[in-house]
Ligand binder design. Structure first.
Ligand SMILES: [Cu+2]
Length: 464
């Protein structure tokens, strides 16, 4: 599905003015606060109305949280929204009680309420945090931010840029988020695509660089449905990490980068564009020639000369390959959606035909089950190896995310893919993933096209 663009005259003439923080209330004693609040922002270009967003600390995206590997993150969520909320720390191999899934790992935090999050950060890398209560609305309204965990020994770079990619579906007349957030059309098709696309809360994100500078770009897809296809222009680079986890060896970027919702790519890039030129991260999903997703005007030359290819990032703990001998085999057929041919599935304890499911706003099933069942999809023993075959019997791509643990794709030749927490599943292209169930607790497995997650594509496993 292609984006519908805002078309009112003068749209492209705007100047960067979004993401402005409002005055902060005085901080109370106790852990550092991370508050959720209603914030008016200029998200659309000047000339369009402001957008009433839901934010962390008044910022869209939320503040970049940055901590050393092995440290403990402590934040008191203070909910100043008119609705309950909770925070999920995406990709962190976390203590289950801190995973932020309302209704599974904690109660939602009511308006005016607080919740203390405190957990260890075992892995360095690029992670993010976002709402996990009614997330198809709350993330869409702005509740997302980057969580960066620094290696003890940082790579040899000149600087580090976090690029949180997103899109927003706005009413061009008012600048407000178009409602409803969960229209059946969004749920049953590809999800909610924005008519304004941007980076770090800006539709025209730009950051000045120098020729020959070496920059770590941390790409995060914070959109709720859009798969970004990306290309480097005036930059040469290497992929050094995926979903927070370092690659064994940096891989030179020679073709399109695909970033599905919730996925991250860590790049190390050298600026090759000349002084006075503009390097860019281009988006090529809806235009082969590319549209700027982030611009990097080259304003001078670094004193450094070109450097050799970067070395690999230090590995995180527990990155050993899973031992597939005797692995528990699980089947995860995914079905439903428009043009999906789903006949019936189980929902809230009853077998329902597709028409009955649609009447309840449900469109998708995971292994024959629509949405959360009382019992987990799988009960696993701690330390057990799991091999899950995902078949996509739908007409749409799905970005499948496992909480609490990373997995690897088992390739057809028997080799393993890199460790990931979110994998893009395409129609009729089965995936075989494996992981060691080494983190006890109740963990979601769901689609990160958040309209899909809200209409059937959410299940859970238990590790005990
Ligand atoms: Cu999906």
């Amino acid at each position: 599905m292609r984006s519908r663009r805002l078309t009112r005259r003068g749209f492209c003439a705007g100047i960067a003015a979004s993401g402005i923080a409002v005055a902060r209330p005085a901080r109370a004693a106790g852990p550092e606060l991370l508050s959720t609040e209603v914030t008016e922002l200029q998200l659309a270009p000047e000339g369009y109305g402001p957008t009433q967003a839901w934010t962390y600390d008044g910022q869209l995206p939320g503040p970049v949280l940055r901590q050393p590997q092995g440290s403990r993150l402590v934040r008191r969520l203070e909910n100043r929204l008119p609705v309950p909320t909770s925070i999920h720390w995406h990709g962190i191999r976390i203590d289950n009680a801190m995973d932020g899934v309302a209704g599974l790992t904690q109660d939602p935090v009511p308006p005016g309420g607080q919740f203390d999050y405190a957990f260890d950060l075992p892995d360095a890398g690029t992670y993010w945090y976002h709402a996990h209560t009614n997330s198809s609305e709350q993330v869409t309204r702005g509740l997302a931010g980057a969580l960066i965990v620094d290696e003890a020994t940082p790579p040899d770079i000149d600087r580090d840029e976090v690029l949180l990619l997103s899109d927003w579906l706005l009413d061009p007349e008012t600048g407000a988020f178009q409602e409803p957030f969960d229209h059946p059309m969004l749920r049953s098709h590809g999800g909610r695509f924005g008519n304004l696309i941007g980076t770090n809360g800006r539709f025209n994100f730009s950051s000045e660089v120098r020729r020959h500078e070496r920059i770590r770009l941390r790409l995060i897809n914070g959109a709720t449905a859009r798969i970004f296809g990306l290309r480097l222009d005036g930059l040469t680079g290497w992929t050094v990490g995926l979903d927070g986890m370092p690659l064994l060896q940096p891989e030179q970027v020679t073709s399109e980068l695909v970033l599905a919702p919730a996925q991250r790519i860590d790049l190390i890039v050298d600026v090759t564009a000349g002084v006075g030129e503009t390097a860019a991260l281009l988006r090529i999903d809806d235009d082969e020639s590319g549209r700027p997703q982030a611009l990097f005007p080259v304003v001078g030359a670094s004193t450094a000369t070109r450097r050799p290819a970067p070395s690999a990032l230090p590995p995180n703990p527990g990155m050993e390959l899973p031992n597939l001998t005797g692995a528990r085999l699980l089947d995860m057929p995914m079905a439903g959606g428009a043009m999906g041919g789903l006949r019936s599935a189980r929902f809230e304890g009853a077998d329902l035909g597709f028409r009955d499911l649609v009447q309840r706003g449900q469109f998708w099933s995971l292994a024959g089950q629509v949405g959360m069942a009382e019992r987990p999809f799988a009960s696993l023993s701690r330390g057990e190896t799991v091999r899950m075959k995902i078949t996509n019997d739908t007409a749409f791509p799905h970005a499948m995310h496992l909480h609490g643990m990373h997995f690897r794709e088992v390739r057809q030749d028997g080799g393993f893919g890199p460790m990931r927490d979110t994998v893009l599943s395409l129609p009729d292209q089965p995936l075989d993933i494996a992981f060691t169930a080494d983190n006890p607790g109740k963990w979601l497995f769901h689609c990160h096209m958040l309209n899909h997650a809200a209409s059937g594509m959410t299940t859970w496993i238990e590790v005990a």
